[in-house]
Write a protein that binds this ligand. Structure first.
Ligand SMILES: NC(=O)c1ccc[n+]([C@@H]2O[C@H](COP(=O)([O-])OP(=O)(O)OC[C@H]3O[C@@H](n4cnc5c(N)ncnc54)[C@H](OP(=O)(O)O)[C@@H]3O)[C@@H](O)[C@H]2O)c1
Length: 340
């Protein structure tokens, strides 16, 4: 017996990828419903070799459904996730709405799968921010060995992290630059993104950091260890899919770069590609469509005691969102709902 699964936001970047991954990983499904806004009513989306028609999230009855994977943004989530949860359908949410709620587990299965049991307080489980997810997959095994004190991270985040409108904007601006009669229109991003980089993702906070940066700090603490200090600079770059991160880590104990490489080679979800030669590292284009979090450029930082630098790259629509949500669904099924 399998699960009755809902995918909300099925016409979006993350929703479509969740459907691909549910099919690829042969998640045990008896029945599936795909939802979006009323605007998309009847729009067809692919699920394996089937084509499904989207229904309206606003009128959908969640009674009798086991789990709902939400990727609709915080506004609609606020309205509809509690309705699904109250109907007995466990929500796995991609928005930031519930991530910092102490009664909602925030899960990256490679790091804190055991937190899943907290789901029953609200019938909701949160999926982390894309930049946090790939970073903690790399940090957790290193933390277990040498205890991380402080992390300094700079991100290079693709436009797909801003939804399908973000991808359209990079595409349209790039075309407009080559066609001088077109205007380069700025809508989704704060400045031109084509052939540019923008050190601004999400809103500004009082201390001058951005919400995206704050999320990396708060979520790393919740998922890995509240004692870890994190400082982040999050930057949007003109790449369609795949986030990269330059991560500087300071440990309590000495960790040799060769041992760190060996630890990461064995760590769940990690793939080490680290040759000190031309092209011996992974770039965002190469990680698209992959499940792994790729780690390259592992090297000692001799400017601090017990320092290490790493380069972390992953498909933000997969480990950063859809894959992690499906992995949570797998843990939920295995550990809690026990069907399938
Ligand atoms: N992209 C990433 O890397 C990433 C990573 C982690 C988390 N997330 C989070 O995942 C969520 C979705 O992101 P995305 O990148 O997939 O965005 P997207 O491509 O813009 O897709 C948004 C989806 O939400 C639906 N939607 C919007 N308003 C709705 C409403 N009022 N009622 C029902 N459905 C509605 C859209 O349906 P229509 O087509 O009908 O408008 C569409 O299916 C966001 O919360 C985002 O922060 C994204």
């Amino acid at each position: 017996m399998g699960y009755r699964v809902v995918v909300a936001g099925a016409t979006g970047n993350v929703g479509r990828e969740m459907l691909n991954i549910l099919a690829e990983r042969e998640f045990p499904i008896d029945d599936i419903a795909v939802l979006a806004s009323r605007r998309s009513l009847g729009t067809e989306v692919s699920f394996g070799d089937r084509t499904l028609k989207t229904q309206d999230l606003a009128t959908f009855d969640f009674t009798g459904w086991d789990m709902a994977l939400f990727a609709v943004g915080s506004g609609p989530t606020k309205e509809f996730a509690p309705k699904a949860a109250a109907a007995g359908c466990v929500v796995i949410d991609n928005s930031s709405l519930y991530r910092y709620d102490p009664d909602v587990p925030l899960i990256v299965p490679e790091c804190n799968a055991e937190a899943i049991h907290g789901y029953s307080k609200k019938n909701i489980i949160a999926n982390p921010n894309c930049s946090t997810a790939q970073m903690v997959v790399a940090l957790k095994p290193l933390h277990d060995r040498a205890k991380i004190k402080r992390v300094v991270v700079s991100t290079y985040q693709s436009v797909s992290g801003a939804g399908k409108e973000g991808m359209d904007e990079l595409w349209d601006q790039t075309k407009a630059i080559y066609n001088p009669t077109d205007d380069v229109k700025v809508k989704k991003f704060q400045k031109q993104i084509a052939f540019n980089v923008i050190p601004h993702i999400d809103v500004f906070m009082e201390d001058g950091s951005t919400k995206e940066e704050w999320k990396m700090v708060a979520e790393t603490k919740k998922i890995v260890d509240p004692s870890i200090k994190v400082t982040a600079t999050c930057v949007r770059v003109p790449v369609f899919v795949g986030h990269a991160e330059a991560v500087n880590v300071e440990f309590e104990d000495f960790l040799d770069e060769d041992e760190a490489r060996d630890i990461l080679r064995e760590a769940p979800g990690c793939m080490v590609i680290d040759k000190r030669e031309d092209g011996g590292y992974v770039t965002p284009i190469e990680c698209v469509g992959d499940f792994a979090t790729f780690i390259s450029r592992i090297r000692q930082d001799s400017t601090v005691e017990n320092g290490l630098n790493i380069w972390v790259v992953s498909d933000n629509l997969r480990k950063g969102a859809a894959l992690n949500a499906v992995q949570i669904a797998e843990v939920l099924g295995r550990e809690c709902l026990k069907k399938g």
